[in-house]
Write a protein that binds this ligand. Sequence first.
Ligand code: FES
Ligand code: FE2
Length: 393
Amino acid sequence: MATEAYVSRADRLRQLPLIEKGTDMGAFMRGFWHPIARSHRVEKGKSYGVTFFGEEFNLYRGESGQPYLTVGRCPHRGTVLHTGWVEGEAIRCIYHGWKYDQDGKCVERPAEPEEAPPEDICIKTYPARDYSGLIFAYMGDDEAPEFDLPRKDALEEEDRIVHVTEEDWPCNWLQSVENSLDPAHVSFVHQKGRVGTFGATVTTDMPKLECYETDAGIRLVAIRGPDNIRATDWTFPNNNHILQPTMGPEDPWMNLLLWQVPVSDTVTKRLMIYSRPRISAEEDEKFLSYCKEKAEDYSSMALHRELFEEQKFPDDTFMQLLSAQDYLAQVGQGPIADRSNEYLATSDAGVVFLRRILWRELCAFRDGKPTKQWKRLDEAADLPMQGPMAAQA
Ligand code: FES
Ligand SMILES: [Fe+2]
C-alpha cells in the first residue's frame, strides 16, 4: 500500500487532481454530497444527461417534483437514458421502452412476452435532493452520509433572497479549489475594474495568512490591516463560503458559496449560491433582476477567445467581471496544471495547507484507515454576520 512516506512530492501533485474512473482520488471524492445542477433548470417531468467524475449520469425530476439521479445508460442495449421519457417518478428508455422505477428496478419491457421483468434488471440510482436552489447528489458506492456537511446556518435563516449561478470551466477542479485558499490573488486578479463596496475592499496590500483546520474544513484568515481582515470558511472537499460586500455601502453583505465539482479531469462545474437578507420588496426585486440579467446564462468559457486573446472583459463590472478574472487565472494554468516546476512562496501558505490535508485524507482512504468525519460548523463558529465586527471580515 502506498503511504505518504513513500510518495514523492511530484507524485503527490500528479495524483491529487485526478478523479476519473479507477483513481483513488475519484473514489474518495465521490464519498461526499456534491451539487450537480441548479434546481430551477431541472423541470418536472424532464430528464438531462450530466457528467461528473468522468462518468455519464441521467438526471431527471419526477412529476412529484423529486429529483433523481441514475447511471447514464440503459443496461439493455446501452443507449443514454436521458433521451427517454419521465413517467411519474420512473424513466422509460427511448430505444425499446424499458421502464425503470424510482429505485432503478425495471418494471416494464414492452417488447418481451413475459409479464414481469426479471428481478435482476435494474439501474443504479443515487440519492439526490434540492437544497437552497441547487440539486445535490451522492455519487459514492457506499450508503450516503446524512445530508449535513453542505448545509449552512446562513442559508437556512428566514427572509433571505437567493440567486444561483452555474458555469463549466475547462480546467481541473483542484486548481479552482486551490484558488479559494489563495487570498493573495484578490489583490491582483480582481484589481482592475472593481466597483462598489467590494471594489473598495480590494487593495494591493498583501495579506498575512492564518490557516486553521476546522470540523468542516479550513478557516482561512487574510489580514491586510487592523480594519481589513477577511475570513473564509472553506468546507471539505470543494466548497468555499465567504461573506462579501455587494454594491452599495448600506447593502447587507452576501453569503457566497462556491462549489467546484469535477465533471472530468479537465472540466469543472462551478455552482454558486448568492444569498443575502431581504431589504425591501423593491430592492430585492432590483437585485434579483440584475442577477437574472447578468448572471443567469453568463459563461466565461463562451468568452474564452476574447478574454485570452484580446483581454476584452465583460461589461458587467461585478458578477461577470469577477468570474472572467478568475477564469483567466485558473484556466490560464492549462487543463491540468503542470506542478513539476512550480515555485511556491509564502503567499501560498493556504494552498500548501490544503494539499497536506487532502493528501492525508487520501492516504487514509486508500490504506483503509479512518478518514476525518467532517461535519458542518455549529452556528457560533460560522462566519460572522454583517455588523461593526463583521464589517472587517
Ligand atoms: S436500450 Fe434501453 S430499452 Fe433497449
Ligand atoms: Fe477570485
